[in-house]
Ligand binder design. Structure first.
Ligand code: ATP
Ligand code: MG
Length: 418
């Protein structure tokens, strides 16, 4: 029997990869315009890195990590997210030494052992961005505007921005206590996971997807009413900057995020089109993370978006690049001419397809149609002698006479601007 892929791990076939490239290129362009540079970090880290950053009492660390012992008896984990590794590298290479303000982005596969379904896989891909070294709400607003711009540039109006503040180590304990006393009276309505969360991480109950828990927590106190004055000011400023830049958003005080390192601003880009896989991108401020990982006390803020979910939102739109020209030949000496021409055109950026098998003219033209070539040309004896041929625009059948030179063909197929 043929071997299949591991469950939850997907192939991205040529038909789809154009869409992926479009997403990646748009993100790179928007992020680089904002001054972010790419960082590439390993897909595997020491397990301890994720326990210490994401937090032991989170779904990711408790249930979702691909952790194993390697042949040297070290516990290693396939990264479930990108921020921890990027910050580990930031500290390890002392990127802060010259300038604590770093703007970094990354892109690549992440791994979580979850139940595979539409928009949720065991290997998935994220593009994320991080700014370190800035406490100011201005950085929060720039990150949020950049994310909003990305979705606009890519042509999606659907995911909308929701923001919240989770406070800081000063004010969060007060909120946690208020939430606990609210939950205490509703314990019997909570699911088993939430009963456990009540003890370990009560904020996570607000994010539970079990209907009974959603109902039981519907009147829960808002974290926004428990912010200390510094956190409250910070959140007001973020909102003011978003208003200044006409960035649309709504406030969702139930958004708690599944990673412990967040402080103050948190946010999600949310869609109604992907069922319970509603978050397309998510992130927040993590002012304590770098020092928690053994680095200096430097704040940070960032986000990650899930490429599979962006690709699903783009729908079945095809982003395949089509051949500019299909060259049909009658075989023999004409094929040599066609081959040389193709070689010259490819080297100058014109995408050309040629008949590889010496088939009949009719079947060559069928192939030109199938490949959706924009132009086709038949090179026979006469064309070789005269050095000219008639190029057919496939969309409407209009024929144009042109010299068989790279320069003339390039301008004919509209590549003169290269
Ligand atoms: P969810 O609530 O859907 O489980 P999450 O809060 O676990 O999401 P994050 O850790 O914030 O997600 O990751 C950021 C983004 O990565 C998500 O908004 C989503 O687009 C994507 N993502 C997370 N887990 C998966 C997965 N298993 N498969 C595909 N995409 C994912
Ligand atoms: Mg999750």
């Amino acid at each position: 029997m043929a071997i299949t892929a591991v469950k939850g791990f997907n192939d991205i076939l040529p038909d789809e990869s154009g869409r992926w490239q479009y997403i990646e290129q748009t993100a790179r362009r928007v992020f680089e315009l904002n001054g972010f540079g790419e960082i590439r970090v390993p897909v595997m880290e020491k397990t301890e890195l994720f326990c210490r950053s994401i937090g032991d009492a989170t779904d990711i660390v408790e249930k979702e990590m691909y952790t194993f012992t390697d042949k040297g008896e070290n516990s290693v984990t396939l990264r479930p997210e990108g921020t921890a590794g990027v910050m580990r590298a930031f500290i390890e290479h002392k990127l802060y030494a010259q300038d604590p303000i770093a703007k970094l982005y990354y892109l690549g596969p992440m791994f979580r052992y979850e139940r595979p379904q539409k928009g949720r896989y065991r290997q998935f891909h994220q593009i994320g961005a991080e700014i370190t070294g800035v406490n100011e709400p201005l950085a929060d607003a720039q990150v949020l505007n950049m994310l909003t711009t990305f979705f606009r540039e890519i042509g999606l109006t659907e995911p909308t921005l929701q923001i919240n503040s989770l406070g800081c180590p000063e004010c969060r304990p007060g909120y946690r206590a208020a939430l606990r006393s609210f939950l205490e009276e509703r314990m019997e309505h909570l699911c088993e996971d939430c009963k456990r969360r009540f003890v370990t991480n009560p904020l996570r109950t607000l994010d539970c997807k079990v209907p009974g828990c959603i109902e039981a927590t519907s009147g829960a106190p808002s974290v926004l009413e428990h912010l200390c004055s510094a956190c409250d000011d910070h959140f007001s400023s973020v909102r003011r900057y978003l208003d200044l830049s006409s960035t649309p958003y709504s406030i969702n005080f139930r958004m708690v995020r599944g990673l412990d390192y967040y402080t103050r601003t948190t946010f999600e880009m949310v869609t109604g089109l992907l069922g319970s896989q509603s978050a397309v991108a998510a992130g927040g401020r993590y002012d304590g993370l770098i020092s928690q990982l053994g680095g200096p006390s430097i704040p940070g803020i960032g986000f990650a978006m899930g490429l599979e979910r962006v690709a699903l939102l783009l729908g079945s739109q095809k982003f395949v690049s089509l051949p500019d020209l299909f060259i049909a030949t009658m075989g023999g000496a004409e094929r040599d001419v066609a081959f040389r021409l193709m070689d010259g055109l490819l080297k100058s950026g014109v995408r050309v397809e040629l008949d590889y098998e010496g088939k009949s003219l009719k079947s060559q033209m069928r192939r030109a149609d199938k490949l959706k070539a924009r132009y086709s040309v038949v090179i026979g004896g006469n064309e070789v002698t005269s050095g000219r041929a008639s190029f057919k625009r496939m969309a409407d059948g209009i024929q144009t006479d042109s010299a068989l030179t790279v320069a003339d063909i390039r301008s004919l197929v509209g590549k003169s601007d290269l």
